[in-house]
Design a protein around this ligand. Structure first.
Ligand SMILES: [Zn+2]
Length: 220
């Protein structure tokens, strides 16, 4: 090493020695008592103990049916009448809104929600029972329950329901309004369902599947 290099290093060496002198007593103290410097507080120890004692609950993701909030009050205004998905395809056609019926001469004016005969049907909207009618002219086998919500201006008709309510009753969203009738006598082999028609203010029938959608929720 050249003497000129040694001169350049000298200040750094002095600085390093100075640092060593400052920290050495702390290092010695830590070696003598490892808990002296970073001992956790009793409060922190207590928190750690509580965390360790808690059972680990797995987080579950679930798909749930969610109704549109038409009036913007933060609460849903529509509910799935059966809790199941709309009917797909069977020998009698598709369950979606606008599907072909009678060879295309008319279109399906509701959405068919799959369900089991005898299970509860839930009110698709809140309101008053304004009509209980027959699904087909000339037959008293199959009925519909009509609910009107004067505040929203919407009307909903749930078909193939054995009514558990009467005209004039007030119903809350999702409340049982009856049970599902079997469709097997009229349409042998069809998937049993509730046919739901929703009319917006003015009376136009709209696609319930756009008002009742699925979303993912996380449950702890
Ligand atoms: Zn239908």
């Amino acid at each position: 090493m050249q003497s000129s290099d040694a001169k350049k290093l000298a200040p750094m060496a002095r600085a390093a020695m100075g640092l060593a002198l400052v920290f050495a007593p702390m290092v010695v103290a830590a070696m003598e008592n490892p808990h002296a410097i970073h001992r956790p507080s009793p409060a922190l120890m207590e928190q750690l103990a509580q965390l360790a004692a808690q059972p680990q609950r797995p987080v579950r993701k679930e798909l749930v049916w969610s109704g549109a909030d038409i009036d913007g009050d933060g609460a849903p205004d529509f509910a799935n009448p059966t809790g199941a998905a709309p009917r797909g395809h069977d020998d009698f056609g598709d369950g979606r809104f606008g599907a072909r019926r009678d060879g295309g001469s008319r279109s399906h004016e509701g959405v068919d929600y799959v369900g089991a005969a005898g299970q509860d049907v839930h009110a698709p909207i809140s309101g008053y029972v304004t009509k209980i009618g027959y699904a087909y002219a000339g037959s008293s086998d199959l009925k519909f329950v009509e609910i009107t919500n004067p505040a929203l201006g919407y009307v909903a008709r749930a078909f193939y329901v054995k009514p558990g309510v009467e005209v004039g009753d007030s119903v809350r969203l999702g409340q049982p309004i009856g049970t599902i009738e079997s469709l097997q006598r009229r349409y042998p082999g069809i998937i049993n369902h509730v046919h739901l028609e929703v009319m917006e203010p003015g009376g136009e029938r709209v696609n319930a599947a756009e008002l009742i959608t699925q979303k993912t929720v996380v449950r702890a």
